[in-house]
Design a protein around this ligand. Structure first.
Ligand SMILES: [Zn+2]
Length: 304
């Protein structure tokens, strides 16, 4: 009796983007000594904002890299204003010891309670980069209000951080073709109803124009080159698994593109390479004749 299993099945990836630059964010939670604002963990940050930011900015070839969450205590900056004053975002950025990165090429992002005493302001960016090339950076920073995490019945406005990153990279609500509800930078954009509605999927929210993409990619101060990779990554598409005591175990992989490796295991712990398939347009058919002599074997497909 042969027990077989295929791991890592999935649906087709489409509309892949080549990611060749990276923006790094330092997320910092402000605590007033009693309540700490912002996501509870790095994984919560990713779920609430990070995954959406990466899907949106993939259109421009950008990876949004979040450093580990910092937490600082400050009653002054628990609530922040966008203007001037003791608790303005400008004062927050220039004050020392509030979690800022020592790397000036990193954008600092603070999670606070409220901005401008308004229940409707989700986020504010300290400084949009002028588009005339005369920019000199002395401060940077994004502030995200707690309402961005709690609105929509606890479902966050997941594109808020992506929108504020746009401001940090020189975009605003009208320039570079930002108008229109489906554009990331439109002030009337509705938050996507989760990842399935972010461009190029579903309702196609949070689009970027070619002019916006050109602008952000020109901001070398914050946008750093990285080794190119694909987003979203390709995944195997496995089907038609069959076992025959005559010929053995077989299945079909119909994903097109990169080379992949079929690995086998007897215990789901130790995996060994069984066969490496070269890049193919139409996928491949796998057959393991030796499986007729086995009581158990597990299979998985890895890309690359
Ligand atoms: Zn805005």
């Amino acid at each position: 009796m042969c027990l077989v299993l295929i791991l890592l099945t999935g649906t087709a990836a489409h509309a892949q983007f080549t990611i060749d630059h990276q923006v790094t964010i330092r997320p910092i939670r402000i605590s007033d000594g009693t309540t700490t604002r912002g996501p509870s963990s790095d994984s919560s940050l990713r779920t609430a904002f990070g995954d959406a930011a990466n899907k949106i900015w993939a259109q421009a070839g950008l990876d949004i890299y979040f450093l580990p969450l910092e937490t600082v205590t400050s009653s002054t900056f628990n609530n922040v204003t966008s203007g001037t004053g003791i608790n303005s975002i400008s004062s927050l950025s220039s004050a020392g010891g509030l979690g800022q990165s020592t790397d000036i090429h990193v954008i600092n992002l603070w999670f606070v309670n409220q901005i401008n005493s308004s229940a409707n302001i989700l986020g504010v960016t300290l400084q949009s980069i002028p588009t005339d090339g005369t920019f000199t950076l002395t401060q940077n920073g994004i502030v995200i209000a707690n309402i961005a995490l709690t609105r929509n019945g606890g479902k966050s406005a997941s594109d808020t951080i992506a929108h504020e990153i746009g401001h940090s990279l020189g975009l605003n609500h009208t320039a570079f073709g930002a108008l229109g509800q489906l554009n990331l930078m439109s002030s009337t954009t509705y938050p996507p109803r989760g990842m399935p509605d972010i461009y190029p999927d579903g309702g196609e929210y949070d689009q970027l124009t070619q002019a916006q993409i050109s602008q952000v990619r020109s901001v070398s101060f914050f946008v750093r080159p990285v080794t190119p990779f694909k987003y979203p990554p390709e995944i195997p598409i496995l089907s038609n698994s069959q076992f025959s005591i005559v010929s053995g175990f077989r299945f079909t992989d119909t994903h097109a593109g990169e080379a992949c490796t079929v690995e086998v295991s007897n215990d789901l712990k130790i995996w060994t390479s069984y066969f490496v398939y070269p890049p193919a347009v139409g996928g491949f058919e796998f057959l393991d004749p030796s499986s007729t002599n086995l009581s158990m074997r597990f299979y998985r497909v890895r890309i690359p």
